[in-house]
Design a protein around this ligand. Structure first.
Ligand code: URA
Length: 213
């Protein structure tokens, strides 16, 4: 937890920072950007799941019976905000293969600049699950806020928000709207520009991971 910003977990592990630097570089190819994003997602999941509930099970080692602890992956649901959230999912599922997956599709209405929902699909029984909402960039916060507001209508047991990068404006907006939702990020950059991009940032995460520009 970053002590100066309540509710914000800055994951500053050297491996995370190293990979993020490689991703920021404009020279990174689409394939290396995607591979790094995948690796970063795995590493960040390690921190994000640090406090998940565990249960005791009895197992047989080759030598004797013992009681040991496991997580119930099925209780976790990773909620991807389309489209860029998809880039984080593979890595997260790589370390929690039993997790369920939900999707929220939002676009920005050009007239009102508000987030408009076009897709929403969650697993059954959300009130018994812990939700982890993922989107690589927490910039203006509009999509993240709308996604979490919608998710709360299903009363998940808990909600966390995971991004690669954010900025003071994004954190302030998200904390004001959803003070109960902790934010996990690998970096807090300087500022937003007039087009809603994070500076210095890494550009458009969706375009860079899918090669659409
Ligand atoms: N979305 C992006 O992909 N990049 C930004 O810098 C801000 C929002």
């Amino acid at each position: 937890m970053n002590p100066s910003i309540p509710g914000v977990h800055l994951i500053d592990h050297p491996l995370v920072q190293h990979k993020l630097t490689l991703m920021r570089n404009r020279q990174a190819s689409t394939s290396s950007f995607r591979r790094l994003l995948n690796e970063l997602a795995m590493l960040m999941t390690y921190e994000v799941t640090r406090d998940v509930p565990m249960q005791e099970v009895q197992i047989e080692t080759p030598l004797e019976t013992m009681t040991s602890r496991v997580i119930d992956g099925k209780k976790l649901v990773f909620v991807s905000i389309l489209r860029a959230g998809t880039g984080l999912l593979d890595g997260m599922l790589g370390v929690v293969p039993g997790a369920r997956v939900g999707h929220i599709g939002l676009y920005r209405d050009p007239a009102t600049l508000m987030a408009v929902e076009y897709y929403f699909k969650m697993p059954q029984g959300m009130n018994e699950r812990d939700a982890v909402v993922v989107d690589p960039m927490l910039a203006t916060g509009n999509s993240a806020i709308a996604a979490v507001t919608r998710l709360k209508t299903l009363n998940p047991r808990s909600i966390k928000f995971v991004c690669l990068l954010t900025c003071p404006e994004g954190i302030a907006a998200m904390r004001a709207a959803h003070p109960d939702v902790p934010i996990f990020t690998a970096a807090i950059d300087r500022q937003l520009n007039d087009h809603g991009y994070i500076l210095p940032g890494l550009g458009d995460a969706g375009d860079r991971m899918f090669g659409t520009k």
